[in-house]
Write a protein that binds this ligand. Structure first.
Ligand code: HEC
Length: 157
């Protein structure tokens, strides 16, 4: 959502989120410009491509289960408790994001290398105990989930 993107850009502008190539984009932009950019990208984010025919069904199933209910044994919370329709708008939507992007973000949080903001600390705690297989499962699951608006628009055609 635009709110989530605007929040995500803020630490770059304030220098709190280390990223060599995002710095010039976020830095120097003042609040209205950042909001404008965020709104623009929230509207124009392209939905992910259709599922590859060879997507591993077992991995997909694991991803769907983790997203919905987490993994109690290892203390992984249900992602859907924060991410999804009708949640806090500061929590970004994951449906249709690219799998490699999602996986990279999760690995950064596991290494505590995702910047030190209050929102970022929420995620660091959420994904601390994910295994590499669970990361791949979750990334695949969300990459292949269609945002509801996109699915609706397609249904109307
Ligand atoms: C307690 C709430 C909460 C839970 C549970 C949670 N997240 Fe998050 N997530 C957040 C917040 C807040 C952010 C934004 C962090 C930031 O801006 O630094 C975020 C950001 C993300 C991002 C980055 C998205 C982007 O657009 O850059 C990914 C990927 C993600 N979460 C995946 C997950 C997965 C997978 C799970 C389940 C294992 C999960 N999250 C569980 C709150 C949560």
């Amino acid at each position: 959502t635009a709110v989530a993107l605007s929040h995500a850009l803020k630490p770059y502008a304030e220098g709190g989120r280390p990223s060599c190539f995002m710095q010039p984009v976020g830095a120097g932009h003042d609040e209205p410009i950042r909001r404008g950019l965020a709104a623009h990208y929230a509207q124009h984010q392209a939905p992910s491509p259709p599922p590859p025919a060879d997507a591993d069904p077992a991995l997909l199933e694991l991803g769907a289960r983790l997203a919905e209910s987490g993994d109690r044994a290892t203390g992984v919370p249900a992602c859907s408790g924060c991410h999804g329709e009708d949640r806090d708008p500061r929590y970004p939507r994951l449906d249709g994001q690219h799998a490699s992007y999602i996986a990279d973000q999760l690995r950064l949080w596991q290494k505590d290398a995702h910047g030190d903001t209050p929102l970022s600390r929420i995620m660091a705690a959420a994904v601390r105990n994910l295994t590499e297989e669970q990361i791949r499962a979750l990334s695949l699951h969300y990459a292949l989930s269609r945002p509801r608006e996109t699915a609706d628009a397609e249904g109307e055609r």
